[in-house]
Design a protein around this ligand. Structure first.
Ligand code: NAP
Length: 242
């Protein structure tokens, strides 16, 4: 059976992606780092709606945890593979560069880039063997435009975009697509400390986006219908920046 793995599936955009893919009949692996209660609630919601989901906690910044968790999953699922990978887990550690601490730099880079590299490399072989795969990387407007106070986050997301374009060309022949989604302001725990009333004035659509709107885009990129789209970065930002 073909599974979807969604990193950071316990909350926000990742949760919406899990619910959406599961509603389309795709078995979902819900990854998270620490919020077991929220992750359990996602699995419960999917199961209650008749879908299939299981938890797979690990820290996407840790190559050792990634390897251990994915090896254990493969042992438990000898006839299954992950055909859809949504590299969604991410964190913000904003600061002006002049004040930025080493830890703020490394934690953001490691979460975004280690997560992408180690998880994708581990799962790519099965996708290439099956000649079928969808990799969707959650980038950001910050990675395209750059945002002050987010040198670390902008750098990590820009790197993810570069990696998306390069990998797409490596695996296209085996029918594996690799795309990035670049959201603007989306309502979630990550943006709850922002001044939404002020910031939404910058958005031509006059509002923050919803996680479900991002999930719909991810679901399309994950579908068979999106087979000829690869190496793309698709913005979803209410017209904020294109
Ligand atoms: P969120 O509400 O803060 O949720 C973050 C999710 O990532 C949680 O499920 C969290 O798990 C998980 N996570 C964080 N660090 C992790 C780690 N080291 N290992 C495994 N899981 C980890 O964030 P969000 O707004 O949904 O953002 C999701 C993605 O979209 C991120 O990559 C973010 O950069 C990107 N994005 C968001 C926006 C926005 O406006 N919200 C805009 C552009 C891009 P726990 O529950 O266990 O903590």
């Amino acid at each position: 059976m073909k599974y979807a793995l969604v990193t950071g599936g316990s909350r926000g955009l990742g949760k919406a992606v899990c619910l959406r893919l599961a509603a389309q009949g795709i078995p979902v692996i819900v990854n998270y780092k620490q919020n077991t209660e929220a992750a359990n609630a996602v699995v419960a919601e999917i199961t209650a709606a008749g879908g299939t989901a299981e938890l797979l906690p690990f820290d996407v910044a840790s190559p050792a945890e990634i390897e251990e968790a994915l090896a254990a999953w493969a042992d438990k699922h000898p006839d299954d593979y992950v055909g859809i990978l949504v590299n969604n887990a991410g964190i913000r550690q904003d600061n002006l560069m002049i004040f930025m601490q080493d830890e703020q730099w490394h934690s953001v880079m490691d979460t975004t880039m280690n997560g992408f590299f180690y998880i994708t490399r581990r799962l790519l072989k099965d996708m290439l063997t099956h000649r079928n795969g969808r990799i969707i990387n959650m980038a950001s407007l910050s990675g395209i435009k750059g945002l002050p106070g987010q040198v670390n986050y902008s750098a990590a997301k820009a790197a993810l975009i570069g990696a998306t374009k390069a990998l797409a060309q490596e695996v296209a022949q085996r029918k594996v697509t690799v795309n990035a989604v670049a959201p603007g302001f989306i309502t979630s725990d990550m943006t709850k400390d922002l001044n939404e009333a002020e910031l939404k004035k910058l958005v031509p659509m006059g509002r923050f986006g919803k996680p479900e709107e991002v999930a719909a885009l991810v679901a399309f990129l994950a579908s068979d219908e999106a087979a000829y789209i690869t190496g793309e970065v698709i913005s979803i930002n209410g017209g904020l920046y294109t």
